[in-house]
Ligand binder design. Sequence first.
Ligand SMILES: Cc1cc2nc3c(=O)[nH]c(=O)nc-3n(C[C@H](O)[C@H](O)[C@H](O)COP(=O)(O)O)c2cc1C
Ligand SMILES: Nc1ncnc2c1ncn2[C@@H]1O[C@H](COP(=O)(O)OP(=O)(O)OP(=O)(O)O)[C@@H](O)[C@H]1O
Length: 143
Amino acid sequence: MTERVVAQGTFDLLHPGHVHYLSEAKAMGDELHVIVARRENVTHKDRPVLPNRQRRDMVRALDPVDAARVGHPRDIFAPIEDIDPATIVLGYDQHHDAAAIEDELAARGVDCDVRRASARDPTYEDELLSTGAIVDRVLEQRA
Ligand SMILES: Cc1cc2nc3c(=O)[nH]c(=O)nc-3n(C[C@H](O)[C@H](O)[C@H](O)COP(=O)(O)O)c2cc1C
Ligand SMILES: Nc1ncnc2c1ncn2[C@@H]1O[C@H](COP(=O)(O)OP(=O)(O)OP(=O)(O)O)[C@@H](O)[C@H]1O
């Protein structure tokens, strides 16, 4: 049986940390489905610069990704019910609580494991592995 895996995030300005996360998530199953956060739901940091559809299309073009969609406007569990994954992979720094997600999904009849991905550190001096850091460098160098 095909094991579906779900990854999620903002994916505004792509960088090797995103590729690391998505490759690791793909290795946890057969088919990787990515949920791209809607702009209006990104409230814990600066909102993305790029529109929902552009971020989805770029994520969809990455090698480990089999499918990508813009997330639900209100219910973050609705796309999960639709995809019905064996595993959800949280990013190393995502603030979501794995046990709480498992419990909510179990209540909705979705039985899936929630795992945590590893971080990728820079491999050379000026490598930038966060969208926020890229934006800061653009502001610094183009001001
Ligand atoms: C299991 C799961 C499902 C999610 N589904 C959605 C969704 O349907 N719509 C959405 O706008 N955000 C959704 N999110 C939230 C974002 O993907 C993301 O966690 C957050 O808004 C952006 O923060 P980050 O890029 O720092 O992780 C989901 C998060 C998780 C953990
Ligand atoms: N350096 C990294 N190593 C591993 N995973 C990463 C790295 N950077 C981002 N990710 C993961 O990629 C997913 C999407 O990340 P997101 O676009 O929110 O992060 P970001 O690039 O760190 O942005 P920001 O700097 O605005 O927080 C998240 O699950 C996040 O944990």
